[in-house]
Design a protein around this ligand. Structure first.
Ligand SMILES: Cc1cc2nc3c(=O)[nH]c(=O)nc-3n(C[C@H](O)[C@H](O)[C@H](O)COP(=O)(O)O)c2cc1C
Length: 296
């Protein structure tokens, strides 16, 4: 008996470890089920919360895990140059601020897009504008994929509609679908065939440096989101329309057909063109300044 009791603490320790392992396994299975929309109750699954549009694909590269070697020399050598942007008189500032607000206040998400061609150079300039966005440590972690080929657009539409149907029927849950009712969106996305351009914006979760080593892309999602905001403003500036879309669960398949590497995750899909003649938008109002600003 005395011999056995000497082992008791070990048995207790092993028992505890087994319990913890079992609990971790249970949590993993639950998480997988939730992300696949199989949980039965969708109330706890929140797939719209920053999950890279469900792209967990990662093919290990030979140097995976390696951070790029620091090269402090090249950073320190970067010259700093004088900077003097235009300065406006107060009257002019007021007028410009009003005009810019008026322009952007006219922006609407438009889901009825004309097939009328749009000059390619305009799209290039809009993307150039997006590329002026600030980014964490100036890593510029964005890739803009412009699609105008009809077959490629149709392949994208097929994937998006297949996944969106499952999103609407299973993954999103009743509340989300009800919240969207006023916008009258469904999984049918005709504009993906019709719009002259589809723009798929990828965030680069890390960069590939010299010798295939990983380069940290700080705050890549925030950086790319800022860039997208600037892009929307640039589209408004030239009279083109789009609808910001974040097609849930489409990321991996779209990435594969567009031949983008695994460090790139789809953030946004924008159909771009002129609005169709019979385009309508929901009659939404925006919060007044007092509701969105706090002045201390
Ligand atoms: C992050 C984000 C994701 C969105 N995803 C979709 C989407 O998948 N499909 C869609 O039709 N609209 C989508 N929208 C557009 C919103 O429905 C739209 O911005 C909102 O109703 C306000 O309308 P407005 O853009 O005309 O001001 C999205 C907007 C944002 C900012």
């Amino acid at each position: 008996m005395a011999f056995m009791s000497g082992f008791t603490p070990y048995f207790i320790a092993v028992f505890c470890v087994l319990i913890v392992c079992f609990w971790i396994q249970l949590q993993r299975e639950k998480k997988t089920k939730e992300s696949k929309g199989e949980s039965g109750s969708t109330s706890k699954a929140k797939p719209w919360v920053d999950q890279d549009l469900q792209d967990d694909t990662e093919i290990p590269s030979p140097n995976q895990g390696d951070e790029e070697e620091d090269d402090p020399g090249s950073e320190l050598d970067l010259p700093h140059v004088p900077y003097a942007p235009p300065r406006y008189a107060v009257d002019s500032m007021l007028e410009r601020s009003r005009d810019f607000y008026t322009l952007l206040n006219q922006r609407r998400s438009v889901r009825f897009i004309s097939p009328e061609p749009v000059p390619r150079e305009v799209i290039d300039n809009v993307i150039r504008t997006a590329g002026t966005a600030p980014s964490g440590a100036h890593t510029e972690p964005w890739t803009f994929v412009v699609v105008s080929d009809p077959d490629a657009k149709h392949a994208i539409r097929t994937i998006v509609e297949e996944e969106e149907e499952v999103n609407y029927r299973q993954r999103m849950g009743d509340k989300w679908v009800k919240d969207l009712a006023k916008i009258r969106t469904t999984w049918v996305k005709e504009y993906l065939d019709v719009a002259p351009y589809l723009l798929l914006i990828f965030k680069q979760t890390y960069g590939i440096g010299t010798g295939g080593k990983r380069k940290t892309h700080y705050y890549n999602e925030i950086s790319v989101s800022i860039s997208c905001g600037m892009l929307l403003a640039a589209l408004q500036n030239v009279g083109l329309v789009t609808v910001t879309s974040t097609p849930l669960n489409c990321g991996p398949r779209l990435r594969v057909i567009l031949q983008r590497p695994t460090n790139e995750k789809l953030l946004m899909l924008l159909p771009i063109g002129y609005p169709s003649e019979d385009a309508t938008v929901p009659d939404l109002t925006r919060k007044p300044l007092d509701d969105i600003m706090v002045h201390i």
